[in-house]
Design a binder for this molecule. Sequence first.
Ligand SMILES: NC(=O)c1ccc[n+]([C@@H]2O[C@H](COP(=O)([O-])OP(=O)(O)OC[C@H]3O[C@@H](n4cnc5c(N)ncnc54)[C@H](OP(=O)(O)O)[C@@H]3O)[C@@H](O)[C@H]2O)c1
Length: 275
Amino acid sequence: MQDRPILVIGATGKTGRRVASRLEARGIAVRRGSRNSTIPFDWEAPETWAPALTGVRAAYVTYFPDLAFPGAVEKLEALCETARDVGLEHLVLLSGRGEYHARLGEDVVRASGVDFTIVRSAWFAQNFSEGYLRDPILAGVLPMPGGDILEPIIDIEDVADVVVAALTGDGHKDEVYEVTGPRLMTFAEMAATLSQAMGREIQHLPISFEEFHANIAQAGGDFVADVFTAIARETLDGRNAHTTDGVMRALGHPPRDFADFALRAVQSGAWTSAA
Ligand SMILES: NC(=O)c1ccc[n+]([C@@H]2O[C@H](COP(=O)([O-])OP(=O)(O)OC[C@H]3O[C@@H](n4cnc5c(N)ncnc54)[C@H](OP(=O)(O)O)[C@@H]3O)[C@@H](O)[C@H]2O)c1
């Protein structure tokens, strides 16, 4: 049974790439779910779901771009039905802390009849090095709304470790791991930590939610900006301003610190390569 592969949906993305590599390093067969893989997976093409899920033992499910987008929870529900029908044994869902629609997605997974683990994550440190804030950081600024809000930012190496533990180990069935970094930080403190690691100033720009919307709309259009601004308003209101023990519970050790992420990202050339 163990030789059946594990499907990683979003295998070219920030967390999926890390999960797939970790599994392969352990000698576990991986079916990389991407719109461009041999057996493709596309959230917009339901006919790809059953072929992608058939013959796999377990799946890591990331929704793109976010469960708050219209129709996302319904698609996740349909995917879970397909997963149950083809006999998937275990589904690990990536969810977001403090997000109403992510909770709806969690409920769908819980009700699916498939064994599950939910990894409900804090804000990713890699948003600065691999996500939409990489370009501003390259330009020396960190523009974020929410003022002095505190966020227990997480290094997604920890998210990937928790996902892999859930996919491969015992004792993670029906668990919800709410995962955060080890300490609360303001975005100004994150900018200062990045500055120190990079050896040049990254200036925190406290912006309004309207400016946040305008920044996203420039690249992604008004609709995408509407959804991401709603998420930012929802999650940067103080509800997430506490740390949790999810990484410790899942892995038996504390999460990595943001300062270590910053140093590692500098060493790996995260802000020097063109990619
Ligand atoms: N960023 C944060 O701080 C944060 C915090 C908590 C939770 N989350 C959640 O994390 C999830 C995203 O995970 P991630 O950051 O690991 O992924 P990601 O880096 O955003 O990328 C995921 C992958 O999605 C794929 N993709 C794009 N359109 C697709 C489609 N129509 N069908 C299938 N795949 C598609 C792309 O791969 P291909 O182009 O190869 O198909 C992409 O590489 C979201 O649901 C978000 O809510 C994010």
